[in-house]
Design a protein around this ligand. Structure first.
Ligand code: FCB
Length: 474
């Protein structure tokens, strides 16, 4: 691309990187931390590739100072990280001062480096003891979560402005309680439904309580969203397949958060498949819950990796997603997915088998802007790609990731230019890390991590990102 064709980002647009506590911290049983559901689940035979776990991960708990220095060198303006409930309130019980202290030190280091801390309270690592009391299928967990959130606010409310309650509740409910591929690894449609509701309730209660304490905070939630297109827009079965995927994945969370209601068409789809589970869920959902869940927000986080082309008819050649343990397409958490087929459109794919579809991000942001968010500012809180990186002479030439990053930053700018209010972009991930059921097999970082030595190497994509941030243009 020549200099003259470069496009600038708005002055207040924030460039960041993202991680999550369990995926990078390690120090799993140090300084009073006790097991989270991921410590337990990763020890279940077959749950995680190579039986990897988070005991050491990127050792960020001990190396956070160097990691913050690296972010500063790369020019990151903001850093999205999560705090570990099990570190701060082990077993969802009393406060653990040593755990709180770690996040105080991390935030102080970020502020010292002029990096805006963007804190997520729940990125999937519930204390195992709370799971044993029912986990997200019981209401009480939303109250325990609120206690933990208030502990974090007591400690950091004076220094952290941006608070995200949940990361991707679709994953921590349906993928975890129904599809069994994430912790705690349950296989129950009804449990997934209850978990999704109690997660949303925890979100609403927490935003409300933090707002009462301090109305100057920026409060939000992050959802993972897709763009589901019908293979043939004139075919009723294809359109219905797209409606169902959009409904189950996007609207099931967007509608309660922004409109205070669950999508009626999907409730009926679910009822047709499992009437008893839906009846149990209807007993749990009160009118006042829905009001709580629709509490006004200041920021809305959008995680986007790819969209999907779906059909109501079986294709001649089924799409091979190459997705073994984590793909909802091979282990669908939704019985209502029956009869939905994913169509291969020949797009390039990442090593997750995920299609590279940047224009989907533009369309998603515009749709959210038109149909949901009102005047709430959006942030792309995750977007990124795994590729099979190799170190050559101390460098990682990850041209595909460079292209991916540039294409999605451009797609974000396209949405802004067409009227969407998008305040920032966080690349997933700052560094290679523990990719859940894939263990350390999948590398998403713009920084390479050598897990034997814990050496960090800024990949070509990291260098390119630093250059873009420096110029504030692409
Ligand atoms: C998202 C998760 C994040 C990471 C990326 C690849 O669903 O929020 O932790 O695993 O996918």
């Amino acid at each position: 691309m020549t200099q003259s064709s470069s496009r600038s980002f708005p002055q207040d647009f924030l460039f960041g990187g993202a991680t999550a506590a369990f995926q990078i911290e390690g120090a799993a049983f140090e300084d009073g931390r006790t097991a989270s559901i991921w410590d337990t689940f990763s020890r279940v035979p077959g749950a995680v590739v190579n039986a990897d776990n988070g005991d050491v991960a990127c050792d960020h708990y001990h190396r956070y100072g160097d990691d913050v220095a690296l972010m500063k060198r790369m020019g990151l303006q903001t850093y999205r990280f999560s705090t570990s409930w099990s570190r701060v309130r082990p077993d969802a019980g009393a406060v653990n001062p040593a755990g709180v202290d770690f996040y105080q030190r991390l935030v102080d280091a970020l502020l010292e480096a002029d990096i805006v801390p963007w804190l997520t309270l729940y990125h999937w690592d519930m204390p195992q003891a709370q799971e044993e009391r029912g986990g997200w299928t019981v209401r009480e967990t939303a109250d325990r979560f609120l206690e933990y959130a208030l502990t974090m606010h007591d400690a950091l409310g004076d220094r952290v402005h941006h608070w995200t309650t949940l990361n991707e509740p679709w994953c921590s409910s349906f993928l975890s309680y129904t599809a069994g591929v994430h912790a705690p690894g349950r296989y129950s449609f009804g449990d997934g439904l209850l978990a999704a509701h109690h997660l949303l309730l925890a979100h609403g209660q927490t935003v409300r309580a933090l707002r009462e304490r301090d109305d100057s905070l920026s409060l939000g939630v992050t959802l993972n969203l897709t763009v589901a297109d019908p293979a043939d827009t004139s075919d009723a079965a294809d359109r219905d397949a797209a409606r169902r995927i959009d409904g189950q994945f996007n609207r099931w969370f967007l509608d309660p958060v922004f409109r205070g209601e669950y999508p009626a068409d999907i409730v009926e789809d679910f009822r047709a498949v499992d009437a008893e589970a839906v009846a149990r869920w209807e007993e749990a959902v009160t009118a006042s819950d829905l009001e709580t869940i629709a509490v006004p927000l200041d920021a809305f986080g959008v995680n986007y990796y790819h969209g999907e082309l779906v059909s109501g008819h079986a294709p001649a050649v089924p799409r091979d997603s190459g997705q073994a343990p984590t793909d909802r397409k091979t282990a669908s958490p939704f019985p209502a997915d029956a009869g939905v087929h994913w169509i291969d459109r020949g797009l390039p794919e990442t090593s997750m088998g995920w299609e590279v579809q940047p224009e989907g991000l533009t369309r998603l942001l515009l749709r959210l802007s038109e149909e949901y968010v009102g005047d709430v500012r959006m942030y792309v809180t995750e977007n990124g790609a795994a590729y099979d990186d190799a170190v050559e002479d101390g460098r990682v030439h990850d041209q595909e990731r460079v292209d991916y990053l540039r294409a999605h930053l451009s797609a974000t700018l396209d949405a802004i230019e067409q009227g969407a209010d998008v305040g920032g972009y966080f690349y997933w991930s700052l560094m290679d890390n523990f990719e859940w059921a894939w263990g350390y097999e999948k590398r998403f970082g713009i920084v390479y991590v050598d897990y034997d030595t814990q050496e960090r190497i800024v990949k070509d994509s990291g260098r390119e990102y630093a250059r873009i941030i420096g110029e504030r243009a692409i």
